[in-house]
Ligand binder design. Sequence first.
Ligand SMILES: Nc1ncnc2c1ncn2[C@@H]1O[C@H](COP(=O)(O)OP(=O)(O)O)[C@@H](O)[C@H]1O
Ligand SMILES: [Mg+2]
Length: 263
Amino acid sequence: MTATAKTTHGSGAMVKAEAVHKSFGAAHVLKGIDLEVAPREVFCLIGPSGSGKSTFLRCINHLEQVSAGRLYVDGELVGYRQKGDKLYELRDSEVALKRRDIGMVFQRFNLFPHMTAIENIMEAPMQVRREPKAVARARAEKLLDRVGLADKANGYPSQLSGGQQQRVAIARALAMEPKLMLFDEPTSALDPELVGDVLDVMRDLAESGMTMIVVTHEMGFAREVGDALVFMDDGVVVESGHPRDVLTNPQHERTKSFLSKVL
Ligand SMILES: Nc1ncnc2c1ncn2[C@@H]1O[C@H](COP(=O)(O)OP(=O)(O)O)[C@@H](O)[C@H]1O
Ligand SMILES: [Mg+2]
């Protein structure tokens, strides 16, 4: 990173990646990713296992630092702050602050097992934002209702199905009022009959205008809800475009071969 690099970027994109590389030791996992996610866009990311999808999401969310290139979220360079014309790596506390603006939902639900559904949703606003309990509870109730689980407020994760747990996990992420939501294969661990309810919640969220990056194998969701679709393989963007175009008329052999396995 050069000392004169700008930390802000006026393109108006919610996420902008410019030649993003990531290596783990000798393993070169992201090999120059360029992409742009507009505000309110549902941006779907597909690709074979090991292609770097999760790593890319983790870079956006400050869980990994890029090795080269630039990554901006909402106009700000991820991981750095500018003072004069010098760049400084953000301290952990500053990283934590930035991460609050980004909600992440993983394949596994990662709910706190000793807390009820509503307590899971109230936890971060109370602990991180020091919100009064009544305020956190009121919002959590609304969110539970929004994900169709108003009647499960006092259930513990072990008493909920996988699909219900994932919907609580989405509500928990929304409780921090993020400006961007990242989904990493949110339905991959679910029994097939539970997938639809989770996708419905995501569709509703998309309609509300949330900016979403969704790593998924649900091509129906990508086609119906996605505004953009990127096919990644081996750390590069192979092909991108409108989901309908990429899914019905892929241009590259690697895309065709992948789609023939998942469609
Ligand atoms: N922390 C890490 N240390 C070393 N290698 C990693 C680490 N995280 C991911 N990788 C490697 O990076 C590659 C891409 O992984 P990942 O981003 O999880 O791919 P995907 O989500 O597309 O399946 C894999 O080969 C994986 O083993
Ligand atoms: Mg992954």
